[in-house]
Design a protein around this ligand. Structure first.
Ligand code: UDP
Length: 242
Protein backbone atom coordinates (compact mmCIF):
# COMPACT_ATOMS: atom_id res chain seq x y z
CA UNK A 1 0.00 0.00 0.00
CA UNK A 2 1.45 3.38 -0.96
CA UNK A 3 2.25 5.87 1.78
CA UNK A 4 -0.79 8.10 1.22
CA UNK A 5 -3.35 5.49 0.23
CA UNK A 6 -6.13 5.58 2.85
CA UNK A 7 -7.20 2.25 4.22
CA UNK A 8 -10.73 3.52 4.85
CA UNK A 9 -13.12 5.29 2.51
CA UNK A 10 -15.67 6.49 5.07
CA UNK A 11 -15.19 7.05 8.80
CA UNK A 12 -17.57 7.36 11.69
CA UNK A 13 -15.65 9.43 14.21
CA UNK A 14 -17.00 9.61 17.76
CA UNK A 15 -15.64 12.42 19.91
CA UNK A 16 -16.58 12.69 23.56
CA UNK A 17 -17.45 16.16 24.77
CA UNK A 18 -14.66 16.05 27.36
CA UNK A 19 -12.04 16.44 24.63
CA UNK A 20 -13.24 20.00 24.09
CA UNK A 21 -12.14 21.16 27.55
CA UNK A 22 -9.16 20.75 29.89
CA UNK A 23 -9.20 17.70 32.22
CA UNK A 24 -12.00 18.02 34.73
CA UNK A 25 -13.10 21.23 33.03
CA UNK A 26 -16.35 22.42 31.58
CA UNK A 27 -17.63 23.72 28.27
CA UNK A 28 -15.79 24.58 25.10
CA UNK A 29 -12.24 25.84 24.72
CA UNK A 30 -10.67 27.19 21.57
CA UNK A 31 -7.39 25.29 21.54
CA UNK A 32 -8.79 21.73 21.68
CA UNK A 33 -11.49 22.70 19.19
CA UNK A 34 -8.94 23.95 16.70
CA UNK A 35 -6.67 20.97 17.24
CA UNK A 36 -9.45 18.47 16.67
CA UNK A 37 -10.66 20.35 13.61
CA UNK A 38 -7.09 20.22 12.30
CA UNK A 39 -6.85 16.46 12.82
CA UNK A 40 -10.14 15.95 10.97
CA UNK A 41 -9.11 18.30 8.17
CA UNK A 42 -5.96 16.22 7.57
CA UNK A 43 -7.93 13.08 6.78
CA UNK A 44 -10.48 14.94 4.67
CA UNK A 45 -7.51 16.08 2.57
CA UNK A 46 -6.70 12.42 1.91
CA UNK A 47 -10.11 12.12 0.24
CA UNK A 48 -11.65 10.23 3.15
CA UNK A 49 -15.30 10.87 4.03
CA UNK A 50 -15.87 11.81 7.67
CA UNK A 51 -19.08 11.75 9.71
CA UNK A 52 -18.62 12.92 13.29
CA UNK A 53 -20.78 12.17 16.31
CA UNK A 54 -20.08 14.59 19.13
CA UNK A 55 -20.85 13.87 22.78
CA UNK A 56 -21.99 16.42 25.32
CA UNK A 57 -20.25 15.34 28.52
CA UNK A 58 -18.30 18.62 28.73
CA UNK A 59 -21.65 20.21 29.60
CA UNK A 60 -23.73 17.46 31.14
CA UNK A 61 -24.62 13.81 31.11
CA UNK A 62 -28.21 12.77 31.60
CA UNK A 63 -27.75 10.26 34.39
CA UNK A 64 -25.80 12.60 36.66
CA UNK A 65 -27.96 15.65 35.90
CA UNK A 66 -31.18 13.76 36.57
CA UNK A 67 -29.87 12.72 40.00
CA UNK A 68 -28.39 16.11 40.82
CA UNK A 69 -31.43 18.19 39.86
CA UNK A 70 -34.15 15.67 40.63
CA UNK A 71 -35.27 15.60 37.01
CA UNK A 72 -36.90 12.83 35.04
CA UNK A 73 -34.16 10.92 33.27
CA UNK A 74 -35.72 11.67 29.89
CA UNK A 75 -35.65 15.43 30.57
CA UNK A 76 -32.00 15.32 31.57
CA UNK A 77 -31.21 13.20 28.52
CA UNK A 78 -32.83 15.76 26.21
CA UNK A 79 -30.69 18.39 27.93
CA UNK A 80 -27.65 16.21 27.19
CA UNK A 81 -28.67 15.98 23.56
CA UNK A 82 -28.93 19.77 23.39
CA UNK A 83 -25.42 19.98 24.86
CA UNK A 84 -24.12 17.99 21.90
CA UNK A 85 -25.66 20.62 19.61
CA UNK A 86 -23.47 23.28 21.25
CA UNK A 87 -20.38 21.21 20.52
CA UNK A 88 -21.50 20.47 16.98
CA UNK A 89 -21.98 24.15 16.14
CA UNK A 90 -18.58 25.08 17.52
CA UNK A 91 -16.85 22.22 15.68
CA UNK A 92 -18.60 23.16 12.43
CA UNK A 93 -17.12 26.65 12.59
CA UNK A 94 -13.71 25.43 13.70
CA UNK A 95 -13.61 23.16 10.64
CA UNK A 96 -14.76 25.88 8.29
CA UNK A 97 -12.18 28.31 9.71
CA UNK A 98 -9.60 25.82 8.47
CA UNK A 99 -11.18 25.63 5.04
CA UNK A 100 -12.88 22.31 5.60
CA UNK A 101 -16.59 22.42 4.62
CA UNK A 102 -18.90 21.02 7.29
CA UNK A 103 -22.61 20.61 7.97
CA UNK A 104 -24.48 19.97 11.19
CA UNK A 105 -27.34 17.49 11.00
CA UNK A 106 -29.42 17.14 14.12
CA UNK A 107 -31.58 14.26 15.32
CA UNK A 108 -33.80 16.78 17.17
CA UNK A 109 -35.54 19.33 14.99
CA UNK A 110 -33.74 22.60 15.41
CA UNK A 111 -33.93 23.81 11.84
CA UNK A 112 -32.38 27.24 12.26
CA UNK A 113 -29.11 25.88 13.51
CA UNK A 114 -28.73 22.65 11.59
CA UNK A 115 -30.33 20.40 9.00
CA UNK A 116 -32.45 17.53 10.26
CA UNK A 117 -30.61 14.22 10.06
CA UNK A 118 -31.42 12.67 6.71
CA UNK A 119 -29.43 9.61 5.69
CA UNK A 120 -29.45 10.20 1.96
CA UNK A 121 -28.67 13.87 2.28
CA UNK A 122 -25.93 13.07 4.74
CA UNK A 123 -24.39 10.62 2.26
CA UNK A 124 -24.51 13.28 -0.43
CA UNK A 125 -22.63 15.75 1.79
CA UNK A 126 -20.03 13.11 2.56
CA UNK A 127 -19.58 12.27 -1.11
CA UNK A 128 -18.99 15.96 -1.80
CA UNK A 129 -16.20 16.03 0.78
CA UNK A 130 -18.13 17.81 3.52
CA UNK A 131 -17.71 16.70 7.11
CA UNK A 132 -21.13 15.95 8.58
CA UNK A 133 -21.43 16.55 12.31
CA UNK A 134 -24.28 14.57 13.78
CA UNK A 135 -25.80 16.48 16.69
CA UNK A 136 -28.37 15.51 19.34
CA UNK A 137 -27.34 11.87 19.38
CA UNK A 138 -30.07 9.50 18.32
CA UNK A 139 -32.79 11.96 19.35
CA UNK A 140 -33.94 9.45 21.96
CA UNK A 141 -33.37 9.39 25.72
CA UNK A 142 -31.87 6.47 27.67
CA UNK A 143 -28.96 5.98 25.32
CA UNK A 144 -25.72 7.89 24.73
CA UNK A 145 -23.80 9.20 21.77
CA UNK A 146 -21.86 5.91 21.59
CA UNK A 147 -25.10 4.28 20.46
CA UNK A 148 -25.61 7.05 17.98
CA UNK A 149 -22.12 6.44 16.58
CA UNK A 150 -22.77 2.73 16.08
CA UNK A 151 -26.25 3.19 14.58
CA UNK A 152 -25.23 5.99 12.24
CA UNK A 153 -21.92 4.29 11.47
CA UNK A 154 -23.85 1.27 10.25
CA UNK A 155 -26.56 3.12 8.40
CA UNK A 156 -24.01 5.32 6.64
CA UNK A 157 -21.93 2.23 5.77
CA UNK A 158 -18.83 3.55 7.51
CA UNK A 159 -15.82 1.24 7.23
CA UNK A 160 -14.83 1.77 10.85
CA UNK A 161 -15.93 3.53 14.02
CA UNK A 162 -13.06 5.59 15.41
CA UNK A 163 -13.46 6.67 19.00
CA UNK A 164 -11.23 9.66 19.72
CA UNK A 165 -10.24 10.04 23.37
CA UNK A 166 -7.61 11.80 25.46
CA UNK A 167 -5.58 8.62 25.96
CA UNK A 168 -3.90 6.17 23.60
CA UNK A 169 -6.61 3.51 23.81
CA UNK A 170 -7.84 1.03 26.39
CA UNK A 171 -5.54 0.30 29.36
CA UNK A 172 -5.58 -2.27 32.15
CA UNK A 173 -5.44 0.63 34.63
CA UNK A 174 -5.84 4.40 34.54
CA UNK A 175 -2.79 5.72 32.63
CA UNK A 176 -3.26 9.14 34.29
CA UNK A 177 -2.45 7.68 37.71
CA UNK A 178 -0.46 4.54 36.84
CA UNK A 179 2.48 5.11 34.47
CA UNK A 180 2.86 1.30 34.12
CA UNK A 181 -0.70 0.81 32.87
CA UNK A 182 -0.66 -1.52 29.87
CA UNK A 183 -2.29 -0.59 26.57
CA UNK A 184 -4.38 -3.28 24.91
CA UNK A 185 -3.59 -3.37 21.21
CA UNK A 186 -6.59 -5.57 20.52
CA UNK A 187 -9.76 -6.21 22.43
CA UNK A 188 -12.80 -8.32 21.70
CA UNK A 189 -16.31 -6.92 21.65
CA UNK A 190 -17.11 -9.52 24.33
CA UNK A 191 -14.48 -8.15 26.73
CA UNK A 192 -16.24 -4.80 26.56
CA UNK A 193 -19.76 -6.25 26.74
CA UNK A 194 -18.88 -8.43 29.72
CA UNK A 195 -17.63 -5.36 31.54
CA UNK A 196 -13.96 -6.30 31.65
CA UNK A 197 -12.96 -3.23 29.65
CA UNK A 198 -14.69 0.11 29.74
CA UNK A 199 -14.53 1.54 26.25
CA UNK A 200 -18.00 1.99 24.93
CA UNK A 201 -21.59 1.47 25.99
CA UNK A 202 -22.71 -2.14 25.99
CA UNK A 203 -25.60 -1.53 23.61
CA UNK A 204 -23.34 0.27 21.14
CA UNK A 205 -20.71 -2.46 21.37
CA UNK A 206 -23.28 -5.20 20.85
CA UNK A 207 -24.51 -3.50 17.74
CA UNK A 208 -20.98 -3.21 16.34
CA UNK A 209 -20.38 -6.88 17.10
CA UNK A 210 -23.68 -8.01 15.61
CA UNK A 211 -23.27 -6.11 12.35
CA UNK A 212 -19.49 -6.32 12.11
CA UNK A 213 -18.48 -2.66 12.48
CA UNK A 214 -14.80 -2.50 13.51
CA UNK A 215 -13.90 -0.04 16.30
CA UNK A 216 -10.60 1.69 17.01
CA UNK A 217 -10.11 3.68 20.24
CA UNK A 218 -7.28 6.19 19.85
CA UNK A 219 -5.75 9.40 21.13
CA UNK A 220 -7.17 12.30 19.16
CA UNK A 221 -4.76 14.69 20.87
CA UNK A 222 -1.57 13.09 19.58
CA UNK A 223 -0.99 15.07 16.40
CA UNK A 224 -1.28 12.97 13.26
CA UNK A 225 -2.64 9.84 14.96
CA UNK A 226 -6.00 9.99 13.20
CA UNK A 227 -4.24 10.34 9.85
CA UNK A 228 -1.84 7.50 10.60
CA UNK A 229 -4.71 5.20 11.54
CA UNK A 230 -6.54 6.10 8.35
CA UNK A 231 -3.38 5.23 6.43
CA UNK A 232 -3.36 1.80 8.05
CA UNK A 233 -0.99 2.04 11.04
CA UNK A 234 -2.00 -0.24 13.92
CA UNK A 235 -2.36 2.43 16.61
CA UNK A 236 -4.81 2.55 19.52
CA UNK A 237 -6.94 -0.34 20.71
CA UNK A 238 -8.73 -2.27 17.99
CA UNK A 239 -11.91 -4.32 18.14
CA UNK A 240 -12.98 -6.44 15.20
CA UNK A 241 -10.29 -4.99 12.90
CA UNK A 242 -9.01 -7.63 10.48
N1 UDP B 1 -28.06 11.52 25.06
C1 UDP B 1 -29.27 10.88 24.88
N2 UDP B 1 -29.52 10.22 23.71
C2 UDP B 1 -28.60 10.12 22.72
C3 UDP B 1 -27.34 10.76 22.92
C4 UDP B 1 -27.10 11.45 24.09
O1 UDP B 1 -30.12 10.89 25.75
O2 UDP B 1 -28.86 9.51 21.69
C5 UDP B 1 -27.83 12.32 26.28
C6 UDP B 1 -27.44 11.48 27.48
O3 UDP B 1 -27.99 12.06 28.62
C7 UDP B 1 -25.93 11.65 27.50
C8 UDP B 1 -25.78 13.08 27.07
O4 UDP B 1 -26.79 13.24 26.06
O5 UDP B 1 -25.39 11.44 28.79
C9 UDP B 1 -24.42 13.46 26.50
O6 UDP B 1 -23.97 12.45 25.65
P1 UDP B 1 -22.77 11.47 26.06
O7 UDP B 1 -22.88 11.09 27.49
O8 UDP B 1 -22.75 10.34 25.08
O9 UDP B 1 -21.52 12.41 25.83
P2 UDP B 1 -19.97 12.08 25.95
O10 UDP B 1 -19.76 11.31 27.23
O11 UDP B 1 -19.61 11.25 24.76
O12 UDP B 1 -19.32 13.42 25.92
Amino acid sequence: MSQDQPRYRRLMLKISGEVFCPPGGFGLHRRPLDRIAGEIGEVVQLGVQVAVVVGGGNFLRGKHTAEQLGLARATADYMGMLATVLNALALQEALERQGCPARVQSALSIARVGEPFDRRRCLRHLEKGRVVILAAGTGNPHVTTDSCASIRGLELSADVLLKGTKVDGVFDDDPATNPNAKLYENATYREVINGRLRVMDIGATEMCEQYGLPVIVFNIFKPGTLRRIVLGEPLGTRMGVS
